[in-house]
Design a protein around this ligand. Structure first.
Ligand code: SF4
Length: 290
């Protein structure tokens, strides 16, 4: 056991020296590592990026984050050692100490769930790191996967129009007008199906860290999937329009733009459902003004 512990520590130190921010460990190796109360040779940076099972709780306090440019098209193929899923159990990078750049890199190199296999691009998120308002959808669709950007299809156009109507701007870096847009999972589920529980479990720490770094004043959850995955609540009809809380941040669930588009040909229903979303967004606007 002792030799194996030292060997794992030596490899972590080696990856750290090569500039690598995260590595994957099997359950067995992680257990071996965690059984060591004090490391023989401390490797703080590698240790903070070690792989652990998903920790659903504890989003750390906000870090001072400099404004960065928009993260558009991302590199899809890993440039460093890629994580491996072992034994069918979801394992994820411990993102809790990563800054924006490290988080992006970890997501680009992530193979923690099967969605990595067919992606063209990992869709990290987009917007200003100073944004007060965040939107969260469920996952990239076909067009998002092709472009590496969130909400760029027809539903994305509708979301952009809503954001504009609220007095915000997707491309703005002005904190007063800027937004940040992300998804529950960062790679496209095939045929636009809902992400499966193991995929959500593997991917959620990326989003949790994005929220912790951003610390927006308000989050808008778009549809049932983010409501269930982030807050564990089922029933978008029940909760839409009501203020909820995530780690001290005000959360407003509302319908996903793709849901509204389903009624495009039924004018009356379309207007009705759109009005509900607009009422929800007006509550957000009022809150951000105070
Ligand atoms: S969906 Fe998330 S967890 Fe799965 S491979 Fe992509 S980035 Fe990794």
């Amino acid at each position: 056991m002792g030799n194996l512990q030292q060997e794992i520590q030596r490899l972590l130190a080696l990856h750290k020296a090569e500039g690598q921010k995260a590595v994957w460990l099997s359950d067995h190796n992680r257990a071996v590592l965690q059984s060591v109360p004090v490391m023989h040779k401390p490797v703080p940076s590698a240790a903070r990026a070690r792989v652990t099972p998903v920790q659903a709780a504890a989003v750390p306090p906000p870090a001072a984050v400099p404004p960065l440019a928009f993260q558009g098209r991302m590199q899809s193929r890993p440039t460093e050692l890629s994580p491996v899923v072992t034994g069918g159990a979801a394992q994820v990078v411990d993102c809790s100490a990563l800054d924006w750049e490290e988080l992006l890199q970890a997501a680009q190199n992530c193979h923690a769930c099967p969605l990595a296999a067919d992606r063209n691009f990992m869709v990290f998120g987009e917007g200003s790191h100073q944004a007060r308002l965040m939107f969260i959808g469920e996952g990239p669709g076909e067009e998002e996967d092709r472009q590496g950007r969130p909400f760029v299809g027809r539903a994305g156009q509708m979301l952009s129009n809503m954001i504009k109507a609220m007095g915000f701007e997707r491309q703005s870096q002005d904190p007063a007008r800027a937004v940040y847009i992300a998804n529950i999972v960062k790679c496209r589920p095939p045929h636009n199906r809902n992400p499966e529980a193991a995929e959500v479990q593997a991917c959620l720490p990326f989003l949790q860290r994005q929220i912790a770094l951003l610390r927006p004043q308000a989050i808008v959850l778009l549809g049932a999937v983010p409501l269930r995955c982030l807050l564990g609540l089922a029933g978008i009809n029940r909760y839409r329009g009501s203020w909820l809380d995530y780690q001290g941040i005000a959360v407003m669930p509302t319908y996903h733009p793709a849901y509204l588009l389903r009624f495009e040909q039924q004018k009356r229903k379309f207007i009705e459902e759109k009005r509900k979303v607009w009422e929800d967004l007006q509550k957000v606007m009022a809150r951000l003004k105070t």
